[in-house]
Design a protein around this ligand. Sequence first.
Ligand SMILES: [Zn+2]
Length: 331
Amino acid sequence: MDIDISTWHGAAAARASQALQNGRLGHAQLLCGVPGIGKRVFVRWLARLLLCQQPRLAEQPAPCGECKACRLSDAGTHPDFMALAPEAPAKSIGVDAVRAFNAQLALTAQLSGNRVGIVDPADAMTTNAANGLLKSLEEPPPGTYLILVSDFPARLLPTVRSRCQLIELHRPPASAALAWLAPQVGDEQAKHWLSVARGAPLKALELADEEQRAFRDGLFESFDAVLSHSADPVRAAGRYARAPLASLLSCVDSWTTDLIRLTAAGPGAPMSNTDLRSALSRYGGKLDLQGLFRYLDRVRDSAASPVALNTQLVVEELFISASRLGSTAER
Ligand SMILES: [Zn+2]
């Protein structure tokens, strides 16, 4: 189902198109925001707008959708569109890939108009790769826009960040998110998963998927067992050696955040994981708040790691730390 940029990210879209109209849109952009809010949809929209031969830039900016450039963009075959990404998910972008990308950027435009190069996720670049991109960021070839996309902009080199204009996307309004999500998963489910996903609609849709739900349920069982000392953390972690680490960390992050709320504000605290309220409430007041904050930092450090991590080691370490959170909850 299509995402409506004008209701999801209307303010960011208007700012970008106005800057383009006034000739103030920087040739190096950094697009950031939390996962699951549509950064990739926005960057594709912005690329189409930049490439379009007759874009509407005033009210409700949009690419025309009809010119040759728009048709080529839609087909994914626009010759002046370039993308740099890791060869596989969770892998890094190396210096050779950046060199090849720079060479591509240096070619002249095939169609009369702008050229667009996207680096996504930009935080996957190694230090050498990022250094290799600096010159292109500083002086992109004429008519070329470089857009870096990142969930974790703090992981980028300061020299990379400082050369880019920042586009920060926020969670879309809840009404727009629900209007998009409800037809796909139903009203009740939409509300529930949007809450679990803390307002990130694409993340909510991912969580509502049957396979994801089974994964989350199983993971919670292990997490709960480790917290309450009824399972050995290392043995429990063994089940997750091949698990999708980003999804796993996002679940543990969300549960830990709820445990912090319960510990700090008591049983009536507002929670994201409303389906786990009774299970998580068993720990209310039994865990050390400082320890929980330190634990959450650790989860987030792993999620933001610029290098691919060994899933089994990460989960072992997280489960061992969870078992030390000082729980005395009864099973
Ligand atoms: Zn067009």
